[in-house]
Design a protein around this ligand. Structure first.
Ligand SMILES: [Zn+2]
Length: 318
């Protein structure tokens, strides 16, 4: 809901000696806003915060105007994690837990989301200006990894054929991440990357990953971007781009909530209306409240606009 520029920062950079790019991100205001309407157990905060950092890092590299939506459908105490980030790094995120779930403070990502091996990680790329009938691109991958960084590295290698390394961390105050990526040969003239040989690219990549691997979790969480960059890459020749600023934004509308009700189906909505008189629905992302009475619902089912599937809202509140 913030409209002024936030302090949250994403910093892109490239190495001059080989076709390798990197990004640092530091998300504080946006991350606090995401958490402000929920009380998540610490282990859930960590995983969701890391996913927030990851979504911004991937989104900043997309070459299309649209949103990236990352969803993890879990089979453990956490049922769903959702992070959305658009081309301007406007973000929202939420988590859904099994009611009364007891979650250990140190619970790992597999324990939270992949207890029986049925967790699924879905990445949707949703263009802002879809052509009629155009569907968003969706990739579904198993949750094969001990942590968020590994799962996304595997996804990038499989779906984009890109060598990617991620370092992610989150606590109550900040969500931070670093991405390193080896750019493909002949990646096009729009990439302002080094004109280097394949050997130089590989050497630069190996060196960057080695330097990155010295980064400790506490160091990532406790150090600002500039200091981290100097500390890790002081011997490298690096070009830094203008920073961009992630911020919180929820795209919920009355129309989207109405579509969600339509997806529930007329029978279920009518039953709830008989029970409650009217339906009150809170947006899971920003907390905004929407009321639908009998007349509103009758109008919903009388119109024939199509449903929008990517906006989960919380269950009907009693
Ligand atoms: Zn909302």
């Amino acid at each position: 809901m913030t409209t002024q520029a936030s302090k949250d920062t994403l910093q892109k950079f490239i190495f001059d000696n080989g076709a390798v790019r990197g990004e640092f991100v530091e998300i504080s205001d946006t991350w606090k806003e995401i958490q402000s309407r929920h009380t998540y157990p610490p282990a859930v905060k960590t995983v969701l915060g890391e996913m927030v950092a990851a979504a911004s890092l991937l989104s900043a590299n997309l070459k299309f105007n649209g949103s990236i939506i990352m969803q993890i459908h879990g089979d453990g105490p956490v049922r769903l994690l959702v992070v959305e980030c658009d081309a301007d790094l406007r973000m929202r995120a939420t988590a859904k837990l099994v009611p009364d779930a007891v979650i250990d403070n140190e619970a790992s990502m597999p324990a939270l989301l992949n207890l029986h091996g049925h967790g699924r990680f879905v990445i949707t790329l949703d263009p802002a200006d879809k052509l009629p009938g155009q569907q968003p691109y969706q990739g579904v991958v198993p949750l094969d990894g001990e942590n968020m960084a590994t799962v996304i590295e595997n996804y990038m290698l499989r779906s984009e054929q890109l060598d990617t390394k991620l370092w992610l961390g989150a606590d109550d105050n900040v969500s931070r991440g670093m991405l390193l990526q080896k750019l493909p040969r002949h990646s096009g003239k729009d990439d302002q990357v080094a004109q280097s040989s394949e050997e130089e690219d590989l050497e630069t990549w190996n060196r960057a990953v080695m330097l990155g691997s010295t980064l400790k979790q506490e160091e990532l969480l406790g150090t600002d971007i500039q200091t981290l960059m100097n500390r890790l890459f002081w011997e490298e020749t690096i070009r830094v781009f203008d920073p961009v600023h992630p911020q919180f934004h929820c795209s919920c509308t009355r129309e989207k909530v109405g579509n969600m009700l339509k997806m529930l189906g007329r029978a279920e909505v009518d039953a709830a209306l008989d029970d409650l008189g009217q339906l009150g629905i809170n947006c899971d992302f920003c907390g905004k409240h929407y009321d639908f009475d009998k007349v509103d619902c009758a109008q919903l089912f009388a119109s024939d606009t199509t449903a929008d599937a990517v906006t989960p809202a919380s269950a009907i509140k009693h």
